[in-house]
Design a protein around this ligand. Structure first.
Ligand code: CMP
Ligand code: MG
Ligand code: ZN
Length: 600
């Protein structure tokens, strides 16, 4: 009876997808859902499914389908209204979404209705649908012997609707101040980088499920409701948060506190199913990690960790996790030049906006905040030399100290896993240890192979690639620093010249009144303006390496952090615009053009 109904639904779906002729991406989603429904039908035919579960799943599928449909329709309409010159065939859906939300928000073409949420529902729906597909896959695959381990199934304790509401609220908070840098892309970037580090260093095998959750959660909330201004600015202006947190890690305290406040609402409480102990353990880790992203604690953090590495005892978990988050937070110099350059310019623009506020308030410029005199390239060389390199070198050393013994242990015991639980270096086994994520799955030939297992970890190449990229980026900044220096000199000369000509004009005036036959100044040495504009260009052409390919393709074997950014890679972190890979389009000829680019 129900099987027949499900069949009908499947057929209806088939005709619907043809009828509406929706885009390729959505078409795929429809196809996948159809597949799921077919599986359901099969299960029903075999009488192999619990009716309560079935009902829930069908209701859930219906809500997902409805949501996807509404979203698709809305997006098509929005696109037609606001971005009529963008052809739906040629522009990927995600990019269209980005463009639509960017123009709506920044250019004010379409005013958002007060009750309307920001346009990230498609992401939420993708997650929703993904989870649904995953759930159904698990059920159906368990019938044919591709079972996920039972622990994995029972471990997923986060209620999906709560996760969606929470993620939406995070997106709203990250968009609150419309920051060029500290926005939701930065949050997504850091979260993905943390995930990447955990997998590629093998550190995930040292962490419990709860600790992995804490890492991801901390990364996602670590800059929540960032104001686009620094702690120092809050302190100087005696802002409410500075008063609230007594000038101590003002922003970082706010990020954690405000994120936890969200979860006080029942429908956003993603941690509702955690035991009291797990909840407290997670909270303590998250607080420690996010507070450690306060840059004012950087040198102390590095020193303490270096000291720990020299000792024979194990590494403190919270400290190691804090280092991972801190490294991910400053990781863009370890990514491809184009990403690094864009993130840097976004951050500089955020700093400069603070400088504008400081000027308006009659305050002194904070470092790097004066848009007229900041030496960007120079500051980046310093940042890489003194902050980024030591941090990543410490990160890889720490990972080595922690992970190498695990690899040895696993290879000696020839455990199928290179992934079975083992005690951590501190010897502590927490509550959640028992729920550690096994990292192996069976193969049809009866053997086991591991996915992201310790056996695949190659710390050496992880480190080498990372350092190579950081060095290459530094070299690029060095080239630009030469130009920057030239521009500075030319600017000073111009100023002098201006002064000279003013003096000369005064002199001329005086002489003229004294002697009608006087001559003006000769006005030499100032180069034509066009030369200055060329010199001022920061954006050197993209090199002929594989950069242009990196814009669209990712090499799965690449061990640098660049491929941790597939989602953000094709959009401009400054404004969500699609990032073009052509050299000519990326060239910026003048300061004016660069500023226009940032403002757009
Ligand atoms: P936040 O993301 O809150 O934490 C790390 C901080 O490092 C970041 O804010 C910036 O203040 C700083 N930072 C990151 N990248 C750079 C960079 N390229 N140059 C200077 N400061 C940076
Ligand atoms: Mg921060
Ligand atoms: Zn950050």
């Amino acid at each position: 009876m129900m099987g027949a109904r499900a069949m009908e639904t499947t057929r209806e779906l088939e005709s619907t997808s043809i009828k509406y002729q929706i885009g390729g991406h959505a078409e795929k989603m429809w196809q996948r859902l159809k597949g799921i429904l077919r599986c359901l039908v099969k299960q029903l035919e075999k009488g192999d499914i619990n009716v309560v579960d079935l009902k829930k799943n069908i209701e859930y599928a219906a809500s997902v389908l409805e949501a996807v449909y509404i979203d698709e329709t809305r997006k098509l309409l929005d696109t037609e209204d606001e971005l009529s010159d963008i052809q739906s065939d040629s522009v990927p859906l995600e990019v269209r979404d980005w463009l639509a939300s960017t123009f709506t928000r920044e250019m004010g073409i379409v005013k958002r209705r007060p009750e309307e949420k920001p346009k990230f529902r498609s992401i939420v729906h993708a997650v929703q649908a993904g989870i649904f597909v995953e759930r159904m896959y698990r059920r159906t695959s368990s019938m044919v012997g591709l079972a996920y381990p039972a622990e994995v199934i029972v471990t997923f304790k986060i209620p999906v609707p709560n996760l969606i509401s929470f993620a939406e609220a995070l997106e709203v908070g990250y968009s609150k101040y419309k920051n060029p840098y500290h926005n939701l892309i930065h949050a997504a970037d850091v979260t993905q980088t943390v995930h990447y580090i955990m997998i590629h260093t093998g550190i995930m095998h040292w962490l419990t499920e709860l600790e992995i959750l804490a890492m991801i959660f901390a990364a996602a909330v670590h800059d929540y409701e960032h104001t686009g201004t620094t702690n120092n600015f809050h302190i100087q202006t005696r802002s409410d948060v500075a008063i609230l947190y007594n000038d101590r890690s003002v922003l970082e305290n706010h990020h954690v506190s405000a994120a936890y406040r969200l979860m006080q609402e029942e429908e956003m409480n993603i941690l509702a199913n955690l035991t009291k102990d797990d909840w407290r353990e997670l909270r303590s880790l998250v607080i420690e990690m996010v507070l450690s992203t306060d840059m004012s604690g950087h040198f102390q953090q590095i020193k303490t960790m270096r000291h720990t590495l020299q000792q024979t005892e194990g590494v403190d978990k919270a400290k190691a996790m804090s280092l991972i988050l801190h490294a991910a937070d400053i990781s863009h110099p370890a990514k491809s030049w184009e990403l690094h350059y864009r993130w840097t310019m976004a951050l500089m623009e955020e700093f400069f906006r603070q400088g504008d506020k400081e000027a308006a308030l009659g305050l002194q410029f904070s470092p790097l905040c004066d848009r007229k005199s900041t030496l960007v390239a120079q500051s980046q060389i310093g940042f890489i030399d003194f902050i980024v390199e030591p941090t990543f070198s410490l990160l890889t050393d720490s990972m080595e100290k922690i992970v190498m013994p695990l690899i040895e242990e696993a290879s000696k015991s020839e455990s199928p896993a290179f992934g079975t639980p083992s005690q951590n270096s501190l010897g502590a086994v927490s509550n959640a240890e028992a729920q550690r994520r096994p990292s192996f799955k069976s193969t049809s030939d009866g053997g086991t192979h591991t996915e992201n297992s310790l056996a695949t970890v190659d710390l050496m190449s992880f480190k080498d690639n990372l350092m190579k990229i950081i060095q290459a980026n530094k070299e690029r900044w060095k080239e630009l620093a030469v130009e920057e220096e030239l521009v500075k000199n030319v600017g000073e000369q111009e100023k002098d010249q201006g002064r000279n000509s003013t003096d000369a004009q005064l002199q001329e005036e005086t002489t003229r009144t004294q002697n009608e036959s006087s001559q003006g100044s000769d006005g030499t040495t100032c180069p034509p303006r066009s030369i200055v504009l060329q010199v001022v260009s920061f954006d050197t052409p993209l090199s002929d390496e594989s950069n242009s390919e990196k814009c669209t393709n990712s090499d799965p074997n690449q061990k640098d952090l660049t491929d941790a950014q597939q989602e953000t890679q094709n959009t401009d972190p400054l404004n969500g615009e699609p990032k073009h890979c052509k050299k000519t389009e990326d060239k910026v000829k003048s300061t004016e053009q660069k500023e226009a680019l940032i403002q757009n």
